[in-house]
Write a protein that binds this ligand. Structure first.
Ligand SMILES: [Cu+2]
Length: 772
């Protein structure tokens, strides 16, 4: 078991804490580059199979010096400082305010215009090509030199056409956000009883640029929320405000970041996972295009009003593309290869809701398109009064109460405290009416399974409406969600109208997990609610209190009352099914443990490791070579935009449940081999699939509109950091685009980017029987 029992003896706790301190030293040394993973293998601390060696004084699973020889030492639980559950109010996510962008003339001959921020912000205009190019051309011009480090470029986006914003004029940004990521502000804590976090324990976002005067603590919790609208492309400028000194990280986290907008339909240059991390003092312009998939194939003249976004005045802006591919609940998070777990855990994430004609975030507008899902009506779209983002993540604290990350083993990291929107066990006041909840599992390795309990411990039914941000065709009535792996999003509708003022409903985490490999079992609701499981996270994580009035978050000063009518509806049909068709080709991707197979050249975590390092997991496409991640190697080539393929993911690694994430496109889940498939997955579009032990899943996939370098990987971010990724190269077929061909690999440094030519693996064709 990961965590020691609550009543473990003092000597045993001390022993376990010493072991944890030793591990923390190693994690810190690795995160700041004093030692490498290779050293850890050389010293025998990691084995070739990836487990932390069972050395007494180091591993939580080592035999205890004094206890029964088979009892692992475990690790001490997080101190609670007397903090009780359900004594602090839930904080809603930190809503960001967009600024309008205007077109100004551009010196770039290939672009009509740059996008200017309001003058008061003092920002350089955003443009198709990065400012990196100016630095490369004028390396001594102070205008293009990083004002914090006095080195390198001011923009971290790599130079040249291959990192230019694809289809810039077509998706010219209309609104902008200026944000920075950096140390958290003073007096931030997870609970009023807990000590304040030191600034470098948490690195998170705030609005505004504050890095020009040096490094100042400025991140804020809860995490950010951005409301995007189809038809309104976004330019998000992120200043990297983390400490210049890599050692100033309070034990974990790398001061280099790239922000991945999880499965939004963007060019590789804005996907945030193309080996494009950037450094303190630099900014990076992400153009979040709000492109609706299939815009080059379906509804190309934008006449279908279901493919649309809110216009800000109650009307719609039509967009080209397939309305069946509209997305809603998404998130963005750090994707610095090989440090993703540390960085995301540290607070580098937020959520983004996309609003569309059907999924408007307005429950009264009646135009035949709007579904009128629970949300509110004070704003034309994007109402949040009855539409609530809930980020669930596990956390651990050291004995002084500081946020703590421990890789324990390469199996994965588990915290023992459940946070909702980065707060420990909060409560939320709700009216007796329908609400929508957008749940996200933002844990590093923990799977969750959520249920709702009334005050007698009975399950409260709800409707499941969206999986990974994709509406299901018909709402699915449930009393328990399915398991939810890291990065999976489930949207549900809960109707509190049958409750009376004063009643409570508890959101309960019912899934026991005792190591990073996979969940153990779901506990019966009452038993979970009792909070007596050896897994301290099992139990209530959020309490809803039914009250007679709540203040609006959409329009400050407005009060909503229990006696107000609930005009929201949950229609029986939310979208249409995309049919499964005969594919152009099929592919099989095997996620293996790299043992007992000689076909591999596994072992790279390029650029951060020497080629001889050993890693526990490998990916294999179509019976080809087995590999772990090398950013300079293309393991899967998708040759032609619009080709429909059927992919099968197979878990060949034994006792693991890997939540596998495919960037950029969603797949329509077809089957799980011969195993049963829940209604919440069957024919449902997803971007993360749990690959249960020896499990498999097949889905239909089609890429389009953008190209470049993307990845497919395990979203147990600890596995991901131990190289369980592969590079996919997408070719666009857009004439004139550099992404019609394979693109070079950027290798970022604080002084600029060096490009290398990637190795392209020949995909074996033994299983690609229909390959054209
Ligand atoms: Cu995994």
């Amino acid at each position: 078991m990961y965590y020691l029992p609550a009543k473990a003896s003092r000597i045993r706790l001390r022993e376990a804490q010493n072991a944890r301190n030793n591990r923390a030293e190693i994690i810190k040394a690795r995160s700041i580059g004093q030692i490498t993973r290779r050293d850890l293998y050389k010293w025998g601390i990691f084995t070739a199979a990836g487990t932390l060696a069972l050395k007494n004084g180091l591993s939580p699973f080592a035999r205890s010096a004094f206890a029964d020889s088979n009892v692992p030492t475990g690790t001490p639980r997080s101190p609670l400082f007397g903090g009780q559950k359900f004594t602090q109010r839930l904080s809603r996510l930190n809503l960001q305010t967009p600024v309008p962008l205007t077109r100004v003339p551009s010196a770039d001959p290939a672009s009509n215009a740059d996008a200017a921020f309001p003058a008061a912000l003092g920002e350089r205009p955003a443009r198709r090509l990065s400012y990196h190019t100016d630095f490369t051309a004028n390396p001594s011009d102070p205008q293009f030199i990083n004002p914090v480090t006095h080195r390198g470029p001011i923009e971290g986006r790599p130079p040249g056409e291959i990192f230019a914003h694809q289809r810039w004029n077509e998706f010219f940004p209309k609104v902008g956000y200026v944000m920075s990521v950096g140390p958290v502000v003073a007096n931030t804590s997870f609970h009023p009883n807990f000590p304040a976090q030191e600034p470098n324990s948490i690195w998170t976002y705030s609005s505004g640029r504050t890095n020009t005067g040096g490094v100042t603590p400025n991140g804020v919790l809860p995490p950010f929320l951005i409301k995007g609208r189809y038809g309104e492309p976004i330019l998000t400028r992120i200043y990297q405000n983390e400490p210049v000194d890599r050692a100033q990280n309070n034990g974990f986290g790398r001061n280099e970041t790239q922000v991945h907008f999880h499965n939004a339909h963007n060019g590789a240059e804005s996907d945030g996972a193309a080996n494009t991390h950037h450094f303190p003092g630099t900014f990076y312009d992400y153009r979040w295009s709000t492109t609706l998939a299939r815009r080059d194939k379906i509804n190309t003249d934008a006449t279908d009003p279901r493919a649309s976004g809110p216009d800000g005045n109650g009307g719609l802006v039509n967009v080209a593309g397939d309305f069946r591919e509209l997305q809603g609940t998404m998130w963005a998070h750090d994707h610095r290869f090989f440090f993703t777990a540390e960085d995301v855990y540290k607070g580098n994430f937020g959520m983004i809701n996309y609003y569309s004609g059907p999924d408007r975030g307005n429950e009264v507008l009646t135009d035949g398109i709007n579904l009128r899902l629970p949300s509110g009506s004070l704003l034309d779209s994007g109402n949040l009064d009855f539409d609530v983002n809930l980020i669930v993540s596990d956390a651990a604290l050291d004995p002084t109460g500081q946020y703590f990350f421990d890789i324990f083993t390469t199996d994965g990291f588990l915290g023992d405290l459940m946070l909702v929107n980065m707060a420990y066990a909060p409560f939320m006041e709700v009216l007796p009416r329908k609400y929508r909840f957008r749940t996200l599992n933002a844990s590093m390795s923990r799977f969750i399974q959520l249920q709702l309990a009334d005050s007698s411990g009975n399950a409260v039914p709800f409707l499941f409406i969206a999986n990974d941000g994709n509406l299901v065709v018909n709402p699915i009535p449930l009393t328990s969600l399915d398991q939810q792996g890291p990065a999976e999003r489930y949207d549900i509708i809960v109707d509190f109208s049958k409750f009376r003022i004063g009643d409570t409903v508890t959101l309960v985490s019912t899934l026991k997990q005792t190591d990073g490999r996979l969940p153990a079992q779901q506990l019966p609701l009452r038993q979970a609610l009792a909070g007596t499981s050896e897994d301290p996270t099992v139990g209530g994580i959020l309490q809803f209190r039914i009250v007679d009035q709540v203040p609006s978050v959409d329009v400050p000063g407005v009060i909503h009352h229990a006696t107000d009518p609930d005009p929201s509806v949950v229609p029986n049909v939310l979208t249409e099914q995309i049919p499964i068709v005969t594919p152009v080709r099929t592919r099989v991707v095997i996620f293996g443990d790299g043992e007992g197979d000689s076909r591999g050249r596994n072992g790279q975590c390029t650029p951060d490791c020497p080629p001889t390092a050993q890693f526990p997991w490998v990916l294999q496409v179509n019976n080809g070579e087995q590999h772990s991640m090398n950013a300079n190697r293309i393991q899967l080539l998708y040759p032609k935009a619009g080709d429909i393929e059927h992919w099968t993911f197979i878990n060949d690694g034994g006792d693991w449940d890997h939540p596998i994430h495919l960037h950029f496109e969603e797949g329509i889940t077809m089957n799980r081999g011969g195993n049963p498939i829940p209604a919440t997955e069957l024919l449902v579009r997803k971007d993360v699939w749990r690959l249960r032990p020896d499990g498999r899943v097949q889905f239909q996939i089609q890429f389009g509109e953008y190209g470049g370098s993307y990845v497919n990987h395990c979203h147990n971010t600890v596995h991901e950091d131990f190289s369980m990724l592969m590079r996919i190269q997408l070719l666009t077929g857009v004439a004139g685009s550099p992404q019609v061909a394979i693109t070079a690999t950027p290798n970022p440094t604080p002084d600029g980017v060096v490009f290398t030519t990637p190795e392209v693996l020949p995909e074996a064709t033994t299983t690609a029987s229909t390959r054209s």
